[in-house]
Design a protein around this ligand. Structure first.
Ligand code: FES
Ligand code: FES
Length: 205
């Protein structure tokens, strides 16, 4: 009997269920772009090196070109198409728009998804490779330009819009921190959080 090489799965993307049958070798990126017409996630290298295909899986950023679609069943997938609330852009999207955090825009969806997770990770107190004091009691380090550059280093921009990207991530972190302080308890929008000091990021960028 020939081995089974495809499966019927249901992917939950941006809160919506998408049933589809996929070859087991189909990457999540190809399923999104080629099968489901969710073309926001971009294919840059297809080898996990550029970050253009970054999506959120169960709230964590992952490169969709290195995830198999069949392995993503049962998980909460968020793509750049799922970040806005109706006509209201996510703070990260708005900051990229306001501060010109892009040139050609090809890397931008991945940059934005990654930045959303960076803000969450920083809020949760995760250190980075450039964090000086990693003791838990030290709390989140200031989200400086250096911290942002390190935490966003998996996302390459061939246009080299890095200065504006750093400014946009810093602005978005400030915005989401402000939203967190004013929203009712229990409201946890994707990317929200008390992010610590970030003002120096813009100054240093
Ligand atoms: S396309 Fe996935 S990391 Fe480059
Ligand atoms: S804006 Fe062109 S690759 Fe980043």
């Amino acid at each position: 009997m020939a081995p089974t090489t495809s499966s019927a799965i249901t992917l939950k993307i941006n809160g919506q269920n998408y049933p589809l049958t996929v070859d087991h070798r189909t990457t999540l990126l190809d399923a999104l772009r080629e099968r489901l017409d969710l073309t926001g996630s971009k294919k840059g290298c297809d080898h996990g090196q550029c970050g253009a295909c970054t999506v959120l899986i169960d709230g964590r950023r992952e490169v969709s070109c290195l995830n198999l679609a069949v392995a993503a069943e049962g998980r909460e997938i968020t793509t750049v198409e799922g970040l806005a609330r109706g006509d209201e852009l996510h703070p990260v999207q708005q900051a990229f728009l306001d501060l010109d955090g892009y040139q050609c825009g090809y890397c931008t969806p991945g940059q934005i998804c990654s930045a959303v997770a960076v803000i969450e990770e920083h809020t949760a107190g995760w250190p980075s490779a450039v964090t000086g004091d990693v003791r838990p009691e030290a709390g989140p380090p200031p989200l400086s330009a250096e911290e942002i550059r390190e935490r966003m280093s998996g996302n390459l921009c061939r246009c080299s819009a890095y200065v504006s990207i750093v400014q946009a991530v810093s602005r978005a972190a400030d915005t989401t921190a402000g939203q967190r302080r004013t929203e009712p308890a229990g409201t946890e929008p994707l990317g929200s959080g008390d992010t610590g000091r970030t003002a120096d990021a813009e100054a240093a960028a």
